[in-house]
Design a protein around this ligand. Structure first.
Ligand code: GLN
Length: 197
């Protein structure tokens, strides 16, 4: 399986390392030609407003939207989740998302960089062992529409992980805490989409 990591900005190297360790061939995606050869794509954490600008500047935004619409499996972490959300709250002026997930997310919902934190989350879809999750200027999923499903919430009940068909998104960063189950869960989507395809 060839899995792309959107490499315009953010912690794409950490995702590439996890995906390689799980046996995927990894392509760093910066151009439409690179997007065209992947069976799935990870959109990393970073800064969604910058990723948005660069994706439009590099002519990637429309190919990305088309690929998402055509069913390409995509996993977004943090800024990547924001990129996948249909509605972004507290966006900077003119900021666009790619969309795909029937959710609204609020950027920086847990506060500033100084309010970053780590916690354990119960995520039944990934098994009984809690997921250790790092939140870094993280967004929260403020509403989940009928097409999307919440996968995880923090202690106060706010949603921080969702899926919808071939799309998966987390507010936090499994790629930096040694947690590989989200990537494995995503690679299963890639595999079954490739079989169908
Ligand atoms: N606050 C960032 C944004 O709005 C996301 C932070 C992150 O990806 N760790 O894009």
């Amino acid at each position: 399986m060839t899995v792309g990591v959107l490499a315009l900005q953010g912690d794409f190297r950490e995702h590439a390392t996890v995906l390689s360790s799980l046996g995927s061939d990894v392509v760093l995606v910066r151009r439409p030609e690179e997007l065209a050869v992947v069976d799935g794509l990870v959109i990393p954490g970073g800064e969604s407003s910058v990723m948005d600008k660069l994706s439009r500047m590099f002519g990637l935004a429309e190919p990305l939207r088309a690929a998402i619409g055509a069913g390409l499996p995509v996993y977004g972490t943090c800024a990547g989740l924001i990129m996948l959300a249909d509605t972004v709250l507290d966006a900077i002026r003119g900021q666009q998302s790619l969309g795909g997930l029937d959710i609204s997310v609020r950027r920086n919902a847990f506060g500033s960089q100084a309010d970053s934190f780590e916690t354990d989350l119960d995520i039944p879809a990934l098994g009984a062992v809690p997921v250790h999750a790092a939140f870094i200027r993280a967004p929260v999923v403020e509403s989940v529409g009928p097409l999307a499903t919440a996968l995880a919430t923090v202690a106060d009940g706010r949603c921080v992980a969702v899926e919808q068909g071939n799309l998966l998104g987390t507010s936090f960063h499994p790629e930096i805490t040694g947690e590989h189950r989200f990537h494995e869960y995503f690679l299963q989507k890639v595999l079954s989409a490739a079989f169908r395809g």
